[in-house]
Design a protein. Structure first.
Ligand SMILES: Cc1cc2nc3c(=O)[nH]c(=O)nc-3n(C[C@H](O)[C@H](O)[C@H](O)COP(=O)(O)OP(=O)(O)OC[C@H]3O[C@@H](n4cnc5c(N)ncnc54)[C@H](O)[C@@H]3O)c2cc1C
Length: 264
């Protein structure tokens, strides 16, 4: 039986979210929250592996208390256990501090064969956390996985897709695998599984629960060597259009415009 950990981040619905232009921060109250779409593919990959070989799936997230809802969603989709890392000392984390905190929790969980995560998130979008977690745990990682070719009790074979080429890679366990959206089509939770998940308990681990696994100066704002100085939201560019009823009139205007720009 394989022990599988899936990293799940709660993100705002990116179609609806607004930015607070004064603080440069995402106004999370402006949109409903959901599981990062790429993490649904990671969870689906875990479920398919479990269906083939048997296993136990733990969904792990760091975030505010509201992220319990996303973890319940993960349980409704088939995760066996869910852990939320929540503490005000974890707040203000950059990707490195986030990775230290997630890696500490994974060390505490102790036994794992495969860690699955999404290629990136739709809000932070750095694509750094998976690789950082693997480095901190000193295990191999495979990124941009678009296909899982085979999984056995000891190893996994995957296709990793980069801009230049596709690679078939194999790794023994433990390994961290970061998936793209091509890897599968995530299943939807059923009404019955949703009801069951509502009653399931999401474990909450605070900073003191990670003591011995996480150095206090490696998490949250204090453990973040980088900070966001400014966020600029690009304004939408609108096309300028003009309608001419006569072809000659339109052509004359076009020629005048090209001449004024030195194009003809
Ligand atoms: C320089 C910098 C400063 C920042 N400062 C702040 C700040 O002050 N306050 C603040 O709220 N945020 C801050 N952030 C954002 C915060 O660091 C990110 O939300 C977090 O590190 C995850 O990064 P990401 O969203 O780019 O994930 P990615 O690296 O794109 O995610 C890859 C995968 O890792 C997993 N993953 C990522 N994050 C989590 C998580 N939290 N729990 C479980 N799995 C996860 C998911 O599977 C995801 O698909 C900052 C980010 C940067 C780059």
């Amino acid at each position: 039986m394989l022990n599988i950990i899936v990293l799940v981040k709660q993100v705002p619905d990116i179609e609806k979210v607004r930015f607070d232009m004064e603080t440069g921060r995402i106004d999370r109250s402006s949109a409903p929250a959901e599981i990062n779409p790429f993490d649904l593919n990671a969870l689906e990959a875990a479920l398919q592996i479990k269906e083939k070989l048997g296993g136990f799936i733990t969904a792990l997230s760091m975030g505010p208390m509201q992220a319990v809802n996303s973890l319940r969603d993960a349980m409704a989709r088939g995760a066996d256990d869910a852990i939320l890392l929540e503490d005000r000392r974890f707040a203000g984390a950059d990707t490195l501090a986030t990775s230290h905190t997630l890696a500490a929790a994974i060390r505490k969980i102790g036994s794992y064969d495969i860690i699955l995560c999404g290629e990136k998130t739709v809000d932070g979008d750095t694509g750094q956390v998976g690789a950082e977690v693997a480095e901190l745990l000193e295990i191999p990682h495979i990124y941009y996985v678009s296909r899982i070719v085979n999984v056995s009790e000891k190893s996994i074979t995957v296709v990793s897709e980069t801009e230049d080429a596709s690679y078939v890679l194999e790794s023994d366990f433990p390994v961290l695998v970061s998936v793209t959206r091509d890897v599968n089509k995530p299943r939807l939770p059923t009404l019955k599984s949703k009801m069951k998940a509502m009653k399931s308990q999401v474990k909450i681990w605070h900073a003191e629960d990670l003591s011995g696994f996480l150095e206090p100066d490696k998490t949250g704002y204090a453990g973040s060597p980088t900070s966001v100085q400014k966020v600029v939201v690009q304004g939408e560019k609108t096309r300028q259009g003009r309608v001419y009823r006569q072809v000659e009139e339109g052509l004359a205007e076009l020629i005048r415009l090209f001449e004024s720009k030195g194009l003809i």
